[in-house]
Design a protein around this ligand. Structure first.
Ligand SMILES: N[C@@H](CCC(=O)N[C@@H](CS)C(=O)NCC(=O)O)C(=O)O
Length: 405
């Protein structure tokens, strides 16, 4: 029977988790987001030196345009600092700094640059053209295709279809055809050069397209019952998605399918037509992602517990003015989840035996079930952890939950 003693302490869990993953974040107590990723090249900076690049981005890390810049910074291995902007309550100094008040903006050696495309080109100009082809003719194609991403209407057409009126089936069918025409164009572009990327090597063109194509590809099956991934009509696009997955920088900056699916509903109120795709087993089984998820949970547990207490509805199970038993039950179940993440096969799940302090009180399991269900969908990648870790986290939650009762 799982008892208090059976579970490791947070300190033990954190120590074991950190052995299996190098992923770390900095804590930002009392701020949003409560943690921030550490750029992979920050260690290259001499001590007490400020990075040459400061990226202003959205505090929820949802913005696809910010993702482009982050992706390029990681690919180019540029150490950078991040300033998070709350888009619902932008500070005056930010709107004074940036005429349109949009993110991303970058300060590159003190020079303010806004618009993701301009930032990408500025990074190429200052830090070497590693993401543009060397061949002059191919570089010209790169410039045209980067421009085309902004002007060819692909994004607008895809979102018109995604956000279209589900009751107007004729219009939806037309919108689908329009999108397919655009996807066919991308298919042809991807076929022009050898290899899976748009040009003969990975480039800014891939970076321009990836955040939007990613979001569109995982949302279409759920919200419009339409698939790009796995669709034989788009072999080049499918090879391109696969090639992106081979890039470590991509895994640092991408969001996971669940985050994207939930966001479309939360932000735009779109109703799903189908269920989310199964969680990717490559991510959910990988020990480095499981360990990262456990490390995040250990490190950020105070913020997680406070959030669960405040927003999950679990307080209804507390006796008047006494949150301590509920807090303890939440904490116990989060530790159970963390331990399951790192010791999947060695930990015995409750199998209906009630965990926590009071092993005869079913309310403890109810609190655990609410806490885990809430936190499973609450985490957002890459705001809280990498997409791979978020997938491992959600998969472990799904496995633990049914065994609480
Ligand atoms: N064309 C811009 C678009 C940037 C953009 O639309 N950013 C959104 C977030 S995804 C934003 O800042 N929204 C805040 C607002 O509209 O006030 C770029 O490429 O950087």
């Amino acid at each position: 029977m799982p008892t208090q003693d059976m579970l490791l302490t947070w300190e033990q869990l954190s120590e074991i988790a950190q052995k299996h993953t190098s992923a770390r974040r900095v804590r930002r107590p009392g701020k949003s987001p409560s943690t921030a990723p550490i750029p992979s090249s920050l260690h290259k900076l001499p001590p007490d030196t400020d990075p040459l690049v400061l990226l202003y981005r959205d505090s929820h890390s949802w913005c696809p345009f910010c993702e482009r810049v982050w992706f390029a910074l990681e690919e180019k291995e540029i150490p950078f600092a991040t300033e998070f902007i709350d888009l619902r309550n932008k500070p005056q100094w930010y709107t004074d700094l940036v005429p349109m008040g949009l993110v991303p903006t970058a300060k590159i050696e003190g020079e303010v640059v806004y618009e993701s495309k301009s930032i990408l080109f500025a990074l190429e100009a200052k830090f070497g053209e590693t993401l543009l082809p060397k061949d002059a003719a191919e570089k010209e194609v790169a410039r045209q295709w980067i421009e085309a991403d902004e002007t060819n209407g692909f994004r607008e057409i895809a979102y018109k279809f995604l956000l279209g009126d589900p009751t107007d089936t004729n219009k939806l069918a037309l919108q689908q055809m329009e999108l397919e025409t655009k996807l066919d164009e991308l298919e042809q572009m991807l076929g022009k050069y050898p290899g899976a990327y748009f040009l003969s090597t990975f480039s800014l063109v891939d970076i321009m397209y990836s955040p939007h194509l990613d979001r569109i590809a995982v949302n279409l099956p759920v919200y419009r019952d339409y698939a790009i991934q796995g669709n034989p009509r788009f072999p080049n696009l499918n090879a391109w998605f696969e090639a992106l997955r081979q890039r470590p920088a991509y895994h640092r900056v991408r969001s996971d399918a669940v985050t994207n699916n939930l966001l479309l509903h939360r932000i735009f109120g779109v109703e799903p037509m189908g269920n989310p795709a199964p969680l990717d087993p490559d991510d959910s089984e990988a020990i480095e992602y499981r360990a990262e998820a456990a490390e995040r949970l250990s490190d950020n547990r105070e913020a997680a517990i406070a959030d669960i207490l405040k927003n999950s509805g679990v307080q209804a199970l507390a006796t008047l003015d006494d949150l301590s038993a509920v807090t303890e039950a939440i904490e116990w179940h989060l530790r159970l989840l963390a331990q399951y993440l790192i010791h999947k096969n060695e930990i015995r799940l409750p199998w209906g035996r009630i965990g926590g302090r009071d092993q005869t009180n079913p309310t403890v399991a109810a609190v655990g079930a609410i806490a885990l269900t809430y936190i499973r969908n609450r985490i957002c990648a890459p705001r809280d952890m990498s997409a791979g870790a978020a997938t491992a986290f959600r998969a472990a939650t799904d496995e633990v939950l049914p065994l609480l009762y």
